[in-house]
Design a protein around this ligand. Structure first.
Ligand code: ZN
Ligand code: ZN
Length: 366
């Protein structure tokens, strides 16, 4: 683990003020809203953690004493007593003021995709209305050049003691200081750009890498692209719920794609090769002579790319044999000649064809 002093670039005897200044300078440079590189985000977390430790006198002392001290600190009875105290009498047992710095909220958005988008995956850029860190004050909430002042009512502790009657007599309990709302400091000159909130509304462009094979209803997480927290706090996360738009000609069954192609009767009898527009480009369909209505032709690896792995599902084409309805007198004559050439045929009851998996699955899923 990196040394907190080194991370902030200050000496071990740096004053609280030096630590704060060093943090503010680094935060301005590394905050994910200002610096989009993933490296900067990791740095920002490191720097923020270092600041959290070194800005708290108790934590800093423990840190200076080394891990042994921090460990034994967990066993000091006082904290436990505080918890019991609060369980019985209410009030806050946590010593010290609360931080203005909070993590931003997560957000859930709907992302509509076409079937063609999920075959190979797609990259989408979306403008999102959200809160971003105020660049004027770098999230400090103070007008540049000014500082928060220690609250004069609570002396910086964020809490005020008050006596409460109980079964055990009068008990001293703690309540949040109303003057500073528990922050321990007041901001005499709030930043005018963000009205002292440390963040402003803005439109942020977010790029989403949608993986191939993603299914309707799945959620994608984009870490650290949610709204910025108040007081320079870290960003929340964004979640996208996938909605697949229906397609007029193609449907999906797992990673297979399904469609139906009309084949004129004559071609069904004689066989042919036809091309049609699949979702990923032109597809060649071989019609074997004597193909039947409802037969399924499989075009291997022309379906959706599997979510895990590079292989693809198949495109299952159901054949719809189309009987001509309008015939010229010449055509009619030719069909009569053809009919005469065959031995007399009469209609037969069709036997139910079992084991036609593809045909059944199509009816089931579509
Ligand atoms: Zn501001
Ligand atoms: Zn106060």
């Amino acid at each position: 683990m990196a040394d907190h002093y080194e991370v902030l670039g200050v000496t071990r005897d740096a004053s609280a003020d030096d630590v704060k200044k060093a943090y503010r300078r680094l935060a301005r440079e590394l905050h994910p809203d200002v610096n989009p590189s993933p490296d900067a985000e990791d740095q920002f977390k490191l720097v923020t953690h270092a600041y959290e430790v070194l800005s708290d006198p108790v934590k800093r002392e423990q840190y200076d004493l080394g891990p042994q001290a921090a460990f034994s600190g967990n066993f000091s009875g006082f904290g436990d007593f505080g918890d019991i105290f609060s369980t019985f009498f209410g009030g806050s047992s946590s010593a010290g003021p609360r931080s203005r710095r909070e993590r931003g909220q997560d957000a859930l958005l709907i992302l509509e995709l076409d079937l063609a988008d999920v075959i190979f995956g797609v990259e989408r850029s979306i403008d999102i209305e959200t809160a971003v860190m105020c660049e004027t004050c770098a999230g400090s909430c103070c007008q540049p050049g000014t500082e928060p002042l220690t609250c004069s009512i609570c002396g910086g502790s964020g809490v005020i003691a008050r006596a409460v009657r109980s079964l055990l007599g009068n008990v001293m309990t703690q309540a949040q200081c109303g003057s500073c709302n528990g922050f321990g400091t007041v901001i005499p000159h709030p930043c005018s750009a963000c009205a002292g909130r440390g963040r402003v509304r803005a439109t942020r462009e977010v790029t989403i890498d949608v993986p191939a094979g993603i299914d309707d209803g799945s959620r994608l997480q984009v870490t650290g692209r949610g709204e910025a927290g108040p007081g320079g706090g870290p960003n929340g996360d964004l979640y996208f719920e996938i909605r697949l738009r229906g397609h007029e000609e193609f449907s999906r069954s797992g990673d297979n794609l399904l469609c139906t192609v009309d084949v004129p009767m004559v071609q069904a009898v004689l066989g042919t090769t036809m091309t049609f527009a699949a979702l990923d480009g032109e597809a060649e369909l071989e019609i074997k002579p004597g193909i039947q209505n409802g037969d399924v032709v499989t075009l291997h690896k022309r379906g959706v790319t599997h979510l895990r792995g590079n292989s693809r599902g198949d495109l299952l084409v159901t054949i719809n044999v189309v009987t001509p309805t309008k015939l010229s007198s010449k055509e009619k004559e030719l069909f009569s000649v053809f009919a005469d050439a065959r031995k007399p045929e009469s209609p037969q009851l069709t036997k139910i064809r079992h084991g036609r998996f593809y045909k059944k699955s199509r009816n089931f899923f579509s």
